[in-house]
Design a protein around this ligand. Structure first.
Ligand code: S3P
Length: 231
């Protein structure tokens, strides 16, 4: 009898150990996610970064984890205009696209909390950066030129990259845009690892950002012309 209960006890300990290895981390992370959503209130999470940085892919997965609606600003712009982004660029030009982009993002930020993936050029407009600062937590998915080039080569839908030398264009865009992207609240290194790893890092960083004591930091505006068509 005593031997049976000792075996019972050992198997119970083993079960608890196995549970802690499998179930407990998921529980901990679910409570972290719930805490993030509670701390956000009406604020959204906005993903920023170059084309091909993974904003839509990572954003969709983050939204699932946080149980927030995922919205892709580019899709919303296309729906509002009733035409594709390459067609908007071709028919109306980039400045018209940028105005529409700013309007659509402003509207989406009023409907928070959402997980919003923005197009690569959106954060360059001062008015949009200010709105994002007021109504969201911004996260820059920072990818290097090689990663971007490899990813954007798979699709033909980026009008800004229809140039004789897309690699040089990407290098130029990176140089012009990084000073703006650096103003986001959080930076995550977007590299070629499984998507879930980037999602995990983003959620942990978001939690850290929302729950660490803040010190006000001065924002230095970069110089240069953010509205220049090919930035
Ligand atoms: C742009 C990026 C695109 C799209 C448009 C312009 C940019 O979005 O908004 O082609 O200026 O970098 P993605 O960053 O989602 O590719």
């Amino acid at each position: 009898m005593r031997q049976t209960s000792a075996i019972h006890c050992r198997s119970l300990i083993l079960q608890v150990f196995l549970m802690s290895e499998t179930i407990l981390p998921a529980i901990a992370s679910a409570s972290q996610e719930a805490a993030i959503v509670a701390a956000l209130g009406k604020r959204s999470v906005v993903l920023v970064g170059m084309m091909g940085a993974g904003k839509s892919t990572i954003g969709r997965r983050m939204a699932t984890r946080l149980r927030l609606p995922f919205v892709d600003a580019d899709n919303e712009i296309e729906a509002a205009a009733g035409m594709s982004i390459p067609d908007i660029f071709e028919v109306h030009g980039e400045p018209h696209f940028r105005d529409g982009e700013a309007r659509v993002i402003a509207r989406l930020l009023d409907s928070g909390p959402i997980l919003l993936a923005t197009g690569g050029g959106a954060f360059l407009r001062e008015e949009t950066r200010q709105r994002i600062r007021d109504k969201a937590i911004s996260l820059w998915l920072k990818a290097d030129a090689d990663v971007i080039l490899r990813r954007v080569r798979r699709r033909e839908n980026r009008p800004l990259l229809k140039t004789a030398d897309p690699a040089a264009t990407i290098a130029r865009l990176i140089e012009a845009r990084h000073p703006f992207y650096e103003q986001t609240d959080i930076t995550i290194d977007s590299r070629d690892v499984p998507h879930e790893k980037i999602v995990e890092e983003s959620i942990v960083a978001l939690h850290e950002h929302l729950f660490r004591p803040h010190t006000a930091s001065a924002i230095t505006e970069p110089t240069g012309d953010p509205l220049s068509p090919h930035l």
